[in-house]
Structure formats: C-alpha cells, structure tokens
Write a protein that binds this ligand. Structure first.
Ligand SMILES: Cc1ncc(C[n+]2csc(CCOP(=O)(O)OP(=O)(O)O)c2C)c(N)n1
Ligand SMILES: [Mg+2]
Length: 303
C-alpha cells in the first residue's frame, strides 16, 4: 500500500536522506553508549557528510590512500561521531568499531588521531581508514588543509582538499592566518566547509563573540563564498560540482545548519553541544529518527 506520509523526493535525495538519518541514529547510539561526546554539531552535519561521501567525493573506501582521491580534513574534531559513522557507513571500516567509540583501547577516540602507519603493537595506535588529520584543539585544521593544498598545487596534482570547520573556530586567529595564506597562494584546490550553526559550547556565537558577517570577512581575505542551506544535500553537491569545474578565486562553502538537526528537542539548543542524553532522551531520539526513516519509505536493497 502506498505510504501517504512519504514525502515526494527524487530517488537520489531519498537515498541521501535515508543515509543521513541512519548516521544520526548511529551518532546517538555512540555518544549514549560512551556516556561522553558531542551531539549537536555532529547531528547538524549529517546531511553534509552524507552528501559529500555519497556522491560528491572522489574516493575509494576500500583503498583509502588512493593517490587520486579528494582529501577530507576535519578541523572541528569534537564533531567526529558524524565522521566515524559516515566512514563506517561508506565501508572504510566495520560498523562494529562504532560501539567502541571513546574507549581507551579503541582507534575511534573522542577527537580524531591520524597515524600514517601502525606505530607499535597497541591497538590504539592503529590508523583509522579515512581519517587524514589529527584534530581537537580548535582552529588548527584549516592550516593543515592549506599546507596540504599548497603542496599538492606545487606538485601540480589535481586532488581537492575539503576541510570541515565550525563557526566557533572563526574566533581563533590561526583560522584567519590560514585563509590569508590560501588567498595569497590562490589555493582553489582547497574547499572549506563551514558549519554555521550559531552555537558554541556555552551559548549563541553572536552573543558571545560574533564571527559575522563571515562572507564580507572572507572576501576581504581573497575568498569567494557560497552560502547554502546545510540540510539541502543536492544544493551542496551542486556547489561542489561547480567548484570542482573551476573557480576564479578560492571558494568556501558557508553552510547554514541547525545544530541537533533531526531530534526535535535538541535542535538549535547550545546546551546539547556536549550534553549526554539520559536513557529516556536517547530512546526518544531514536524513536523520532525511526519515524523519519519509515516515512522515507526507502528500500536500501532496491538499488
Ligand atoms: C583551542 C580550543 N579551545 C577550546 C576548546 C573546547 N571546545 C570544544 S568545542 C567548543 C565549542 C566551539 O564552538 P563550535 O566549534 O562552533 O561548536 P559546535 O557548533 O559544534 O557546538 C569549545 C570551546 C577546544 N577544543 N579547542
Ligand atoms: Mg558552532
């Protein structure tokens, strides 16, 4: 029987929404199980991560170091539940790893660690397939990404470097040094993806120390800015396609997002930046997400 509640989306979009909802469920489970971690930013980024890894990115999950890949670096490391859940969903490593998030002997630490190769016998030093940089101290990731993009450009390599950043990180001076360098060296192979959710750890960004207007500031540093709805996955994929096709100046994607997206009682509330849900809250969140999944009426085995 036809599901009358099912929204009318294109088949591609239904698949992306299905994957993003599954990833949100994994995020809730990981943080609740670990009794530690960051939910709001991770849930808000699920649509962007899904759109990137399932359609826009040049990559091979089974060959993470493929020389022609696009690189993904993450500067706002506390949002890593969304990165780990997306990498697992894409096939970079087994999903069972997610259940050991933030455990002492787990490769999936609370902030991502990059190991180029196994350092010693201890499990914690295993590289996480797909993780290309270490993060946690905010404000550093764009410098890592700009250095990588500059070296790729000098070697005349075509790889593109994506870098996820939070809006809170734009309160850090080092972020602007990296924009300045990339503007000066015309790094059109570097694509910052800014999570503009207007929350940080203890309140609303515009009330604590506003970073706005970001487009005006970025343009002054030699950048073009594409402002998108961070939950419109097809708009995001289109922006990436156009940037990859060639741009006049380095171009950043400014994604307007809703923190906690997908769980009604977490949306737009800075308190959920790093709060751990109770048993009842986690169960309610999973119930809401399950309803969203059911309403999509998507059969993952149909494609
Ligand atoms: C250099 C540095 N200072 C402080 C922190 C602690 N901290 C972790 S997340 C965070 C909030 C920053 O805001 P944003 O990254 O926008 O958070 P979100 O939108 O994901 O809640 C802070 C202050 C940190 N990780 N690194
Ligand atoms: Mg923020």
């Amino acid at each position: 029987m036809e599901n009358l509640a099912a929204p009318q989306f294109s088949p591609d979009l239904v698949r992306l929404k299905y994957l993003a909802t599954k990833i949100r469920m994994a995020i809730i489970k990981m943080v609740h199980q670990a009794q530690s971690g960051h939910l709001a930013g991770a849930l808000g980024l699920a649509d962007l991560y899904t759109a990137l890894y399932f359609g826009a990115l040049k990559h091979h999950p089974f060959d993470p170091n493929w020389s022609q890949r696009d690189y993904v670096l993450v500067s706002n490391g506390h949002t890593c539940p969304v990165w780990y859940a997306t990498l697992a969903e894409a096939g970079y490593f087994p999903k069972v790893w997610l259940s050991r998030f933030r455990q002492l002997d787990s490769p999936l630490q609370g902030h991502p660690h990059f190991f180029p190769k196994i350092q010693d016998e201890t499990e914690i030093n295993q590289p996480v397939p797909g993780v290309e940089n270490t993060s946690g101290p905010l404000g550093q990731g764009l410098s890592q990404a700009a250095g990588l993009a500059l070296s790729l450009k000098r070697a005349q390599k075509p790889n593109v470097v994506f870098c996820f950043l939070s809006d809170g990180e734009h309160q850090e001076g080092q972020t602007w040094e990296a924009y300045m360098l990339a503007g000066q060296y015309h790094l059109t192979n570097l694509v910052p993806i800014i999570d503009h959710n207007n929350i940080q750890i203890s309140g609303r960004i515009d009330q604590i120390m506003s970073v706005n207007p970001l487009p005006t500031k970025l343009r002054a540093f030699g950048w073009d800015v594409w402002q998108i709805n961070g939950h419109d996955q097809l708009e995001f994929q289109k922006a990436i396609r156009l940037i990859k096709a060639g741009v006049r100046r380095p171009t950043a994607i400014l994604a307007e997002t809703i923190s906690g997206r997908g769980v009604s009682f977490m949306e737009n509330k800075f308190e959920w930046h790093g709060k751990i849900p109770s048993q009842a809250e986690a169960a309610n969140a999973i119930t809401e997400l399950t309803t969203q999944l059911d309403n999509l009426n998507y059969d993952p085995h149909s494609t």
